[in-house]
Write a protein that binds this ligand. Structure first.
Ligand code: F6R
Length: 609
């Protein structure tokens, strides 16, 4: 999730672009760059690290020009480095991009065979090559971009300039956001409203499959197919702070609602339904290695550990390898036994958690094969691993992890399918059915999010509860743990997650009319047993809040409150059952007035023991 900006008008472009990037830094911040069109043609300045490094580099470069584009990056393809920073320049065409080009490997091979040379590891550079080549055959940059995009599959918000057409920016959109701002004799564009808000409140929102040409005199919008589009500008009344959060009150709520996109991006370009397989390459192990694995150990802390627990169920079921999930903070002090036949999967949103890194190092010393599932490209844990499967959730700013958790689930599910296929324990039709289900998750999540008002009512009813119990079986168990952790972290209420089957071994003593019990009870293989727990809670006057599959009247009759989620193949239910629990924690915290995005005593990245 990167941020892009563009400016064309009478003023010096560089300071305006830098200001826009500053407001988009929440979308990415591992490197940044500008391309300015001026009398000297196109000049590019890029810098690794935070935006202040680019600001310093721009001061030294004495740029001069009144149109240009800029980018702040959150790496997905190619580690954070200057060559991988945007804009990418090929010939006199400079490109900034937010999104993922799915068929970049195929296009890269084709371009290389035709003599192209590449100066970065990014998918974006492919677009620059395609546009530069098309520009040589067509009379305008606008038409060249259209011709190039006929070849491109994937998600993009693009802003492109050419040295041959000063004072013009061409933009295009597919599945990544792009806003155009109409100023007085000047036009801006950006990934999001905050980048433009200091300059104008009149905005045009590009829709799917549209492109536009921006110049100081105005905007021309067309579809990628060449039909012209008439669009009215809207007036945006958000404050700059509201705008950064896309109108949401907190980053956490915004990130909860970003989950459909985070999952779609994490799956994008990685699944081949035809072959019922993952599009290979990233995992760092082939069929021979997969067959030699005798045990899978998942290492993680906190929320990532809950994702690891779900991963263990999937790996066991689909690949029939013994699998275990371990708290990295325990493993590192335990003199653990790892062997060369272990596949160790380290799950970490930040990729920097000290305990997880230390556990990974002890596995490495024993010769285990290491796979990282991380959200931050080139962070310490992926660097220590043989292979990495990155989640593409974009930066997560709320300290309580939400979209990174579900993106980790999606990634681990892909690993389980991959292992199952490579070890011959997962038949092609079943794998195809599962992968098809996985591709339906973003839509199912949207439906789950649509029910936020019901969750809010439950939060209002229970906002003063001092304790809450969360119960789940099978894949519902990690979700019960996660629901309890979310509530603890941000609302400071005491909450316990338990395997529902353990209830009778202790926690049942806690239940009385004061105790809300959240039961994860969707239609799965354990449903009947979970209903049994629900009845036991009711029989002791406990207050049941159940998370159930749409239209489940049986569970509804036994519950005081029902939170419905859409039906999905059973194994994928954790990706939707967690959503009402994230919202419940959020709304309770919000009603209590706690500092939701920065809860007390917590840090986003835990680099200490
Ligand atoms: C909870 C949360 C933490 C992290 C944990 C591990 O909302 O975010 O429990 O999951 O600190 O962090 P990573 O995933 O960065 O290794």
């Amino acid at each position: 999730m990167c941020g892009i900006v563009g400016y064309v008008g009478p003023r010096q472009a560089a300071p305006i672009l830098l200001d826009g990037l500053r407001r988009l830094e929440y979308r990415g911040y591992d490197s940044a760059g500008l391309a300015i069109q001026g009398a000297r043609g196109i000049e590019i300045v890029r810098a690794v690290g935070k935006l202040e490094n680019l600001t310093r580099a721009v001061e030294g470069a004495k740029l001069d020009g009144s149109s240009g584009i800029g980018h702040t990056r959150w790496a997905t393809h190619g580690r954070p480095s200057e060559p991988n920073a945007h804009p990418h320049l090929v010939g006199d065409v400079a490109v900034v991009h937010n999104g993922i080009i799915e068929n970049h490997l195929e296009l890269k091979r084709e371009l290389a065979a035709d003599g192209a040379t590449f100066s970065s590891d990014t998918d974006t550079e492919i677009v620059a090559h395609l546009v530069a080549r098309a520009r040589a055959r067509t009379p305008s940059l606008f038409l060249a971009v259209r011709a190039a995009l006929e070849r491109v599959r994937g998600a993009y918000a693009l802003a492109i300039v050419s040295g041959a057409e000063p004072g013009k920016i061409v933009v295009a959109k597919s599945a990544s956001p792009l806003v155009i701002g109409l100023g007085d004799g000047e036009v801006l564009c950006g990934s999001d409203v905050p980048a433009l808000l200091s300059y104008t409140r009149r905005m045009l929102f590009l829709e799917e499959g549209e492109m536009a040409e921006l110049s100081a005199s105005g905007v021309r919008i067309e579809t990628l197919a060449g039909e012209s589009v008439a669009r009215e500008a809207k007036r945006i009344d958000w404050s700059p702070v509201q705008a950064e959060k896309d109108g949401y009150k907190h980053f956490m709520l915004k990130e909860i609602f970003e989950q459909p996109r985070a999952i779609a991006d994490t799956l994008r370009g990685r699944i081949s339904l035809e072959q019922a397989e993952l599009v290979d390459g990233e995992l760092g192990f082939d069929a021979k290695v997969a067959q030699g694995i005798e045990r899978v150990v998942l290492l993680a802390c906190g929320t990532s550990y809950h994702a690891a627990l779900a991963g263990r169920y999937w790996i066991e079921q689909l690949s029939r390898v013994p699998a275990q999930a371990e708290l990295a903070s325990e493993v590192r002090y335990r003199e653990p036994v790892f062997t060369k036949k272990d596949l160790v999967i380290a799950v970490s949103q930040s990729g920097e958690t000290a305990d997880t890194l230390a556990a990974v190092r002890s596995a490495r010393e024993a010769g285990a094969r290491l796979l990282a599932v991380a959200n931050v490209l080139d962070s310490a844990i992926p660097r220590a691993a043989d292979g990495s499967l990155y989640t593409h959730a974009g930066p997560e700013i709320g300290v309580a992890s939400t979209k990174c958790f579900t993106a980790q689930l999606a990634a681990l599910f892909m690993v389980a399918v991959h292992l199952g296929r490579r070890r011959g324990s997962l038949a092609e039709p079943r794998a195809r059915e599962l992968l098809r289900g996985l591709l339906e998750v973003p839509a199912a999540m949207r439906h789950a999010l649509d029910r936020k008002d019901t969750v809010y009512e439950v939060a209002r009813r229970w906002q003063h509860a001092r304790h809450m119990l969360f119960l789940g079986r099978g894949l519902g168990f990690p979700i019960a743990l996660e629901g309890a952790l979310k509530l603890k972290e941000i609302s400071y209420a005491h909450a316990e997650g338990y395997a529902a089957g353990e209830m009778k071994h202790g926690p049942i003593a806690l239940i009385d009319e004061e105790m809300p019990v959240v039961v994860i009870a969707p239609h799965d293989a354990q449903y009947e047993k979970t209903l049994g727990n629900l009845q036991e809670v009711r029989a002791r006057d406990g207050r049941v809040i159940s998370v159930v599959t749409d239209g489940d009247e049986q569970a509804a009759r036994l519950s005081e409150h029902v939170l419905e989620v859409p039906a999905l193949p059973e194994l994928l239910l954790p990706l939707v059952t967690v959503i009402p629990l994230q919202l419940l924690a959020y709304f309770i915290a919000e009603l209590k007035g706690t500092d939701v995005d920065q809860p007390r005593n917590l840090a986003k990245t835990v680099t200490v023991e």
